[in-house]
Design a protein around this ligand. Structure first.
Ligand code: NAD
Length: 520
């Protein structure tokens, strides 16, 4: 074992030199412990969604650089997989301390690149930090099984790392989702090639710097950039054994199919359309606050956002008060402490939101609140959409069928809880849902009859803390091992089962037996 390193607070401090450059800065590849400028000729402009200012240029990492990242991960795996489990645990402990210390700086970067509010960006980092804390519980989570099965014979199972793995991330949680991936992957003894979203790679670049300070050796964590070509390289490279993906259906289905065809283990979390079901016996004020926060927070760009409201019976009378609450939310630049709703990620995303709202109007829904015309003083070019509410929506309308991924709440009416459950279960997605009620039996019925992977009972965004796993289901997931929790440890490892016989030499058998060996 290496001696326990003493990490002083001074050693923890960093100014993130990787981000201290002229504007627009070029985002570097991170290969074998070095932040290196890409030799690519293809650069993707990264714009601040509140201003349209180009704040950095993201490379389309070249084929040679992608290979170099994999070479470095492959080489590092030879030694990293053999380091003691307590050493890897200690690195995770230092990483969690460093992230806690620098969470505000990471959150500021998220506001600039992704647009969400500072307080929400801090939540993004904190939710990821909790997975690192879970990675610190490596020693108990990696414990195997051992049984004495017969005289002199023992069988035991333990888990080994896969080797080189990869992570492909979406834009909406630039810290949390990379932190769902690389800490557990490397804590369990793998090395990893990460591809952040080309729209906001800054948080992961900062996390890589912290990981190096925490003692993650060169080559254990590598970062490459780009879009489809980079993703296809990851799907096809035989040395990469597993892929963690979070993002849209189109990309996820492609990665799952292509990765599987190449013999890889793939976990893919996809799109969502999360329904909130309100029963008329619910606590009205708390419920309306919860729904407004979960529908419009992060500008509706959370995979667990409550984007669909199902009002049971008299609960439909609450809509005017919900509109009032939505109107109170302030739209603007994420560093303004009074702002509740930041911009959506790109002008294309804004156009998609506008199109789907208009389709709802054209197909017969009522536009109770229209956030499409919102202009933020001083940020006139920003991709802002204000909270928008469509009522009398029907399940055949496009605004119901498609994931809008903006601050838009579509509202449907039903007469009974049974109808609400039927509606949720008929939707193709199964990421999250929430029921609001004061009735224990109704909540219990909902919990047991609903076919959705994550259920909130009077809880609007039931994303589980990391001792549990993130368990979206049906159209929201491909693959059967979930992110983080026990399942996360299992995804990044494979079991080995050994049966051993140690007995004193016995010369009584003079012939080989060809019968199937059995233990009786
Ligand atoms: P996206 O699919 O556009 O991008 C995700 C990643 O895939 C990026 O790294 C991108 O470069 C890559 N990519 C994009 N298109 C591709 C293609 N055609 N082929 C190969 N690779 C491609 O997703 P996004 O817009 O960044 O993220 C939003 C989506 O992610 C939403 O649908 C949201 O519901 C989903 N999401 C799901 C979860 C979950 O846990 N279920 C969590 C967060 C986000």
């Amino acid at each position: 074992l290496r001696n326990s390193r003493h990490v002083s607070r001074r050693a923890f401090s960093t100014n993130f030199p990787v981000l201290q450059q002229a504007t627009p800065a070029t985002v570097k590849n991170y290969i074998n412990g070095e932040f290196v400028e890409s030799k690519t000729k293809k650069w993707i402009e990264l714009r601040n969604p509140a201003t349209q200012e180009v704040i950095s240029l993201v490379p389309e990492t070249t084929a040679e650089e992608l290979k170099a990242a994999t070479d470095s991960a492959e080489e590092a795996a030879k030694t990293w997989s053999k380091t003691s489990i307590v050493q890897r645990q200690r690195v995770m402990m230092d990483l969690q301390a460093l992230i806690r210390e620098h969470q505000d700086k990471i959150a500021e970067n998220i506001v600039q690149e992704q647009g969400k509010t500072f307080v929400d960006a801090k939540g993004d980092v904190f939710r990821g930090l909790q997975v690192v804390e879970q990675a610190c519980a490596l020693t108990s989570n990696m414990m195997g099984h051992h049984m004495s099965v017969a005289k002199d014979m023992e069988t035991y199972t333990y888990r080994e790392p896969l080797g080189v793995v990869a992570g492909i991330c979406p834009f909406n949680f630039p810290a949390m989702i990379p932190l769902w991936m690389f800490p557990l992957a490397i804590a369990t003894g793998n090395t990893i090639v990460m591809k952040p979203s080309e729209r906001d790679p800054g948080a992961l670049m900062m996390l890589a710097e912290l990981a190096a300070k925490a003692g993650v050796p060169n080559g254990v964590l590598n970062i490459v950039h780009g879009a489809v070509d980079c993703v296809n390289y990851i799907c096809d490279e035989p040395r990469i054994k597993a892929i963690s993906f979070v993002g849209s259906d189109v990309a996820g289905e492609h990665i799952y199919t292509r990765g599987n065809a190449n013999g890889k283990r793939v976990q893919a979390n996809l799109g969502a359309k999360n329904h909130a079901v309100i029963l008329p016996d619910a606590n009205k004020q708390a419920t309306l606050n919860a729904v407004a926060g979960a529908a419009f927070g992060a500008a509706g760009q959370r995979c667990m956002a409550l984007s669909t409201l199902v009002l049971v019976g008299e609960a439909k009378e609450w809509l005017p008060e919900l509109v009032e609450r939505a109107q109170q939310l302030k739209v603007g630049y994420g560093m303004d402490p009074e702002v509740d709703v930041g911009p959506v990620i790109t002008t294309q995303a804004k156009d998609r939101v506008h199109r789907l709202v208009q389709s709802g109007v054209d197909q017969g829904a009522n536009l109770l609140l229209d956030g499409r015309g919102v202009v933020v003083k001083g940020y006139e070019k920003g991709n802002f959409v204000g909270p928008t509410i469509l009522s009398d929506v029907k399940t055949n309308m496009d605004c119901y069928k498609e994931e809008i991924f903006g601050p838009v709440l579509v509202c449907l009416n039903v007469d009974t809880l049974d109808e609400a459950i039927e509606m949720v279960n008929s939707n193709k997605y199964g990421n999250g849902t929430a029921v609001f009620t004061n009735s224990g039996p109704a909540a219990r019925k909902f919990e047991h009859e609903i076919d959705v992977g994550q259920v909130g009972i009077n809880v609007p965004i039931p994303v589980p803390i990391p001792p549990f796993s993130f368990t979206g289901s049906r159209g929201s997931i491909l693959g059967d091992l979930n992110f983080y929790g026990k399942s996360g440890f299992d995804f990044y490892t494979k079991p080995k089962t050994v049966t051993s016989l140690w007995k004193e030499s016995d010369a009584s058998h003079s012939r080989a037996s060809v019968a199937m060996p059995t233990i009786r």
